[in-house]
Design a protein around this ligand. Structure first.
Ligand SMILES: *[C@@H]1O[C@H](CO)[C@@H](O)[C@H](O)[C@H]1NC(C)=O
Ligand SMILES: *[C@@H]1O[C@H](CO)[C@@H](O)[C@H](O)[C@H]1NC(C)=O
Ligand SMILES: *[C@@H]1O[C@H](CO)[C@@H](O)[C@H](O)[C@H]1NC(C)=O
Ligand SMILES: *[C@@H]1O[C@H](CO)[C@@H](O)[C@H](O)[C@H]1NC(C)=O
Length: 568
């Protein structure tokens, strides 16, 4: 999280989630074509601006830019004519606008051709549109080239009107076509997925995995926009947001209230978690949300949570750096992050080799050692006065009252979680190295794995059983990654082995970030839905049908979120 992956999601974070290679392949298709479209559109706009610009140069300066070109004489001719007629620059502008849109139509037509859209209607429409522009341009170009000293204003008005209508039509067609392109891509994607499930990991897939990792790691523009705006607000009004020096409100430490822990570097995701929890509880003022972020996002997070009332719920925003006991002499992952060999392992990875080896690329992502990800192992020390706490990932949405969790008899167990195993899948054997004698002697390879994302922790039992020490023991042993490869889930599986209490499945439905075929009924009845996987709801690669479940809780009353186009 330290570097560019900072505000990025724990997308590929493998805490409790399956690695779905097949999806990646199809994602490549999506990225490729989206990329192509972007390039095509930008190129045509660039061409258009170039023309418009050099053209206006001609008009204003009265000097032909293209003085050495073959058309220089015609330039001079039009220059002379232009000087004699004030309407000509306007005509020039209108024609250039038409030309720009013709290029755009051509770009879209070739895009439709490339995609081999099943209905060639779009291809036809765009070809027709570009022809219309060509006709318009050639009809009126004569006026410029004729050298006649004046242009009838009514003729120019007519041209302007026609171009305007064409542009309007074109905009409409483009916005409709975009949807059609998108749907087409989604169909491709689904086909790819089904097909790829039975496929070997081919080279193409590796490339697909790579692009999807890049897509998932890039910070979406709207999130970036939001963080910048919130930071600007924070800097402009420090007195409104800083909590430093004030003692915490008594509610923050009141063990009789319902406490939640949310560790996130994504302001919008964290606010959706809190908002959804608050909206689905009868007595929000009895709930306390402990949001912890990194130093970089602290200001933005403080502003985000002060701008709204959240029904009287109590919200504490802190930076992980505020917890002084988390230093490298105490916390193994911090020590390991400092170690030279690991630095090399995580940062030396060059692009050339990375594209060849996506599996390794994941292992080398520094976010797997991020302290924000490992904070979940320090809950009893972070909240010394509390007895129970609910840990929530930032890629979840709460859909139901959760207070029932506090009623569950934990029966001496520490971690309440939903189990994820079925058949031979998601068993301990898949998460850790059973060739290692320590693992083999202490664990059963068939033990059922559970999921991180919504975990109810009994902090008293945790303190009694010294679970943090247990975690330290395993994390230290794993410095050379012989016990497990990456993520916090294997560490959790080792730490809470035999102290995990399985929860009823409808508490926590997983997979909305990679699995397009979860039953909508199951989703509707879930207390918490979890967008684990790469296709996060705030990314443009999100699975469309699940996205409204998340955007529903984006706070559109927040002027900053609104003006950064969230959920559009
Ligand atoms: C690290 O934190 C521990 C408490 O967890 C403390 O005893 C120790 O002095 C700290 N070390 C440093 C170098 O700050
Ligand atoms: C890529 O890997 C090869 C073999 O592991 C290594 O020799 C080479 O230096 C690496 N290239 C880069 C750019 O890191
Ligand atoms: C990994 O580290 C442990 C001690 O932490 C050591 O006993 C073991 O030999 C190491 N394994 C490898 C493959 O380096
Ligand atoms: C699993 O553990 C054994 C024994 O320590 C070790 O030799 C082997 O390299 C480990 N496997 C992996 C994939 O790290």
């Amino acid at each position: 999280m330290a570097l560019n992956s900072g505000r990025v999601r724990r997308n590929a974070r493998l805490t409790g989630r399956v690695i779905r290679h097949p999806m990646r392949c199809s994602m490549f298709t999506v990225r490729f074509f989206t990329g192509f479209l972007t390039i095509a559109v930008s190129v045509s706009f660039a061409v258009w601006f170039l023309f418009a610009y050099s053209n206006s140069d001609d008009v204003d300066v009265g000097f032909p830019v293209n003085a050495y070109g073959s058309s220089s004489s015609s330039y001079w001719r039009s220059m002379l004519a232009l000087k004699s007629d004030a309407l000509k620059p306007r005509l020039h502008q209108v024609l250039k606008q038409a030309e720009g849109h013709r290029n755009l139509a051509v770009a879209y037509a070739s895009y439709a051709r490339k995609l081999k859209l099943e209905n060639s209607k779009l291809l036809r429409i765009f070809t027709e549109l570009s022809q219309k522009y060509t006709d318009l341009i050639s009809n009126y170009q004569g006026l410029l080239d004729s050298g006649s000293s004046s242009i009838d204003e009514s003729v120019l008005r007519q041209l302007e009107k026609e171009v305007k209508e064409q542009v309007k039509l074109m905009r409409k067609v483009i916005s409709e076509a975009k949807e059609s392109f998108d749907n087409q891509l989604k169909i491709h994607k689904l086909k790819d997925t089904i097909f790829a499930l039975n496929e070997q990991l081919t080279k193409a897939k590796k490339q697909g995995a790579f692009s999807s990792l890049i897509a998932a790691k890039s910070i979406p523009k709207s999130l970036h926009c939001l963080v910048l705006r919130l930071m600007r607000e924070r800097i402009a009004h420090p007195e409104k947001y800083a909590d430093e020096g004030n003692p915490p409100k008594p509610e923050i430490e009141d063990p009789k209230l319902y406490h939640y822990a949310i560790f996130s570097d994504n302001v919008i995701a964290a606010s959706v978690v809190v908002n959804s929890a608050v909206k689905n509880t009868r007595e929000p003022w009895k709930h306390v949300f402990h949001v912890v972020t990194d130093k970089m996002n602290l200001g933005a997070m403080q502003v985000m949570f002060k701008m709204q009332d959240y029904g009287g719920a109590h919200i504490e925003v802190k930076a992980v750096e505020d917890y002084k006991f988390l230093n490298s002499s105490y916390v193994p992952v911090l020590k390991q992050k400092d170690s030279v060999s690991l630095q090399q392992f995580y940062f030396e990875n060059k692009l050339e080799n990375a594209t060849k080896d996506t599996t390794n690329m994941k292992f080398r992502n520094p976010k797997y050692l991020s302290i924000l990800n490992h904070l979940r192992f320090y809950l009893p020390e972070m909240y010394p006065k509390l007895h129970k706490i609910l840990f929530l990932d930032d890629d979840i949405v709460v859909q139901r009252e959760l207070t029932g969790l506090w009623e569950i008899d934990m029966d001496g167990n520490i971690n309440g979680a939903v189990e994820t195993c079925f058949g031979s899948f998601h068993r301990y054997a898949q998460y850790m190295n059973f060739s290692h004698p320590l693992i083999k002697s202490r664990f059963s390879p068939n033990a059922c794995a559970w999921a991180y994302g919504m975990n109810f922790f009994d902090l008293d039992a945790w303190r009694r059983k010294k679970c943090t020490e247990e975690y330290h023991y395993w994390q230290t042993l794993n410095e050379n990654r012989t016990l497990w490869k990456l993520g916090t889930l294997p560490a959790g599986l080792l730490t809470y082995y035999s102290t995990t209490r399985p929860l009823e499945k409808s508490w926590h439905i997983l997979g909305l970030g990679y699995n397009p075929s979860i039953s909508m009924n199951e989703i509707k009845n879930a207390a918490v839905i979890h967008f684990n996987g790469n296709m996060k709801p705030w990314l443009d690669i999100a699975i469309t049908k699940y996205r409204p479940l998340w955007t529903k809780y984006v706070d559109y009353g927040n002027e900053h979120a609104r003006s950064c186009n969230f959920g559009l």
